[in-house]
Design a protein around this ligand. Structure first.
Ligand code: R1P
Length: 273
């Protein structure tokens, strides 16, 4: 058995000793988007610092616990707080909880994030369903020996975000009269926000939004054949003419304001998965 699998087995055994049920839906909450857990019938919460081999969240706006509960008839495990490469973790540590989720029974993954708008038609507070990503400006978590128990050496990436989930989410949003955009998320390492020239470059590359998370998580989920739905809250507009300084405080504030719309869509989507 591979070393990674041994570690995961230890982590899963610990989690199972606190919460025995399998969770079929996994959710990762982005910066300032922690209130989704209020929608769950919460059954157990486990702090990251208690879990063997788990990193701990160091970023403001990320709580740092796994929350287990139910939503309708779905068993859901939520990462209230995620890990970013810029926190100093290895890219393997960043994606470790996603790999653990697979072994907790997760069959569908829903990811949220706060992102900078690069599409010139976007405004702060918009919701963007991610329909593709650009991974070239961040670090690929599959670099290194391929762990064949998890997936193939060269995973196909033609549909990293499951089309069926995107269609469902769009129909749900339309029914709720919530406007949603759709577009390409460009993953970067951070922690610096982008320079004006970098925003322009990402726009030219085909990105509609940019952020410092999500892409590595999606890559390992796809590697393990877990279908993904992901959504961004546009918390700032990177591509702009006027003088404007971007701060994490503003990101958290914008995420908080748009969170109820995103939560409503994600909640209904999970019920319909
Ligand atoms: C910057 O304000 C932080 O917000 C976003 C960026 O990636 C960065 O971590 O966080 P999430 O992607 O975790 O939502």
């Amino acid at each position: 058995m591979g070393e990674l699998l041994n570690k995961i087995n230890e982590t899963v055994a610990f989690i199972r000793s606190k919460y025995a049920d399998a969770s079929t839906v996994g959710v990762v909450l982005g910066s300032g988007l922690g209130h989704f857990t209020d929608e769950l019938q919460v059954e157990t919460e486990i702090s990251y610092n208690e879990i063997p081999h788990f990193p701990v969240s160091t970023v403001e706006g990320h709580k740092g616990k796994l929350v287990f509960g139910t939503l309708g008839d779905k068993k859901v495990v939520v990462m209230a707080g995620r890990f970013h490469y810029y926190e100093g973790y290895s890219i393997q540590e960043v994606v470790y909880p996603i790999r653990v989720m697979k072994f907790l029974g997760v069959q569908q993954l829903v990811i949220s994030n706060a992102a900078g708008g690069v599409n010139t038609s976007f405004k702060v507070g918009d919701l963007m369903i991610i329909n593709d990503h650009i991974s070239q400006l961040t670090v690929n978590p599959l670099i290194g020996k391929n762990e064949s128990e998890f997936g193939p050496r060269f995973p196909d990436m033609s549909e990293p975000y499951k089309k069926e989930f995107i269609q469902k989410a769009k129909a749900i949003a339309a029914k709720m009269d919530i406007e949603v955009k759709e577009g390409v998320y460009c993953g970067v390492t951070g922690p610096t926000f982008e320079t004006r020239s970098e925003y322009k470059m990402i726009h030219t590359l085909g990105g509609d939004a940019v952020g410092m998370s999500t892409v590595p998580e999606v890559i390992v989920a796809v590697h393990m054949s877990i279908p993904v739905f992901a959504m961004s809250v546009i918390t700032d507009i990177g591509i702009r003419e006027e003088e404007n300084v971007i701060t994490h405080e503003e990101v958290l504030e914008a995420a908080k304001a748009a969170e109820p719309k995103m939560t409503a869509i994600v909640k209904q989507l999970i019920l319909e998965l």
